[in-house]
Ligand binder design. Structure first.
Ligand code: AMP
Ligand code: MG
Length: 266
């Protein structure tokens, strides 16, 4: 039996149906080698996307604390020219950001034509932490699922291909990773007491994720549920999906200006 990465739009997503430790019978050594090949291919495809200069790719990374958003970016985006790639990490909104609608700061960070944009957290925080922590009234966050779908439609119609990854880890795996942050002096800087408060709300977050994944799972901007307890399998799967998406986009070098063939540089 295999575990699907996507769910048909409209179908209810229950996270307990997805095993975070799933690794599809893959062997780690081979997985690492394939990931390397995918990463290299991604670099070449992103180069063509940049040269084509017509469309963009937006990658959304969501997941609980320690789910591996940073690690995924480090590994999988390694082959992409930094000039045509931007990472945006969304933290708690500033005062200025709070004085605008919730999509204002998001829209400004959408990659321009030819570029790859990576969101480390995203507009989904506005139906996750905001909902779980009750930062706005329910009526307001409830309306946001529709606003998000409309916004993503707008991006898609404007030539931005969206790929959304939920990095799915187990509560036990999070415990071990948080403990490692405490124990390892090179990881301690990542630890925040706040993470422990958030961990207490694990069940509430899982529910909020299930709603976001279900209600914003559209044909034009699908969610991928990535088993992420094993970092190597997570990297393999994300790199595979991205390679597939970019190959399907099949970016082309623009046609040269007419007459260039006859030119020689003296
Ligand atoms: P980190 O990813 O560890 O850098 O933490 C960023 C923090 O910012 C997380 O606790 C997020 O939940 C929080 N955050 C991101 N976006 C929002 C938002 N729209 N409203 C409130 N908190 C947010
Ligand atoms: Mg953190």
């Amino acid at each position: 039996m295999s575990q699907p990465l996507t769910v048909p739009p409209g179908k209810r997503i229950r996270l307990k149906d997805f095993d975070p430790a799933w690794c599809g019978g893959e062997e780690k050594r081979r997985a690492l080698a394939e990931t390397q090949r995918n990463v290299q291919a991604l670099g070449e495809l992103a180069y063509r996307l940049y040269a084509e200069n017509r469309r963009a790719l937006l990658i959304v990374l969501q997941g609980m604390d320690t789910s591996g958003k940073d690690g995924t970016i480090r590994t999988v985006m390694d082959g992409i020219n930094p000039q045509s790639c931007q990472v945006t990490s969304f933290k708690a909104p500033s005062e200025e950001e709070l004085d605008h609608d919730f999509l204002w700061r998001i829209h400004r960070a959408v990659p321009r034509r030819g570029n790859v944009g990576i969101f480390n957290r995203s507009h989904y925080e506005d139906v996750l932490v905001v909902r779980v922590r009750g930062l706005v009234p329910e009526k307001e966050w409830q309306s946001r699922y529709d606003r998000i779908n409309e916004f993503e439609r707008l991006l898609c119609d404007g030539g931005v291909r969206l790929v959304k990854f939920f990095l799915h880890i187990s509560k036990e795996e999070q415990r071990q990773r948080l403990q490692a942050r405490l124990d390892d002096p090179t990881k301690r800087w990542k630890f925040s007491r706040r993470d422990l408060e958030e961990r207490k709300l694990w069940a509430e977050y899982q529910r909020a994720y299930e709603d976001a994944l279900t209600r914003c799972n559209t044909p034009h901007a699908p969610w991928y549920i990535i088993p992420s307890d094993r970092k190597w399998y997570r990297n393999l799967t994300v790199s595979r999906v991205l390679r597939q998406v970019l190959e399907e986009m099949d970016p082309q070098f623009p046609p040269p200006e007419p007459g260039l063939k006859e030119l020689t540089v003296e």
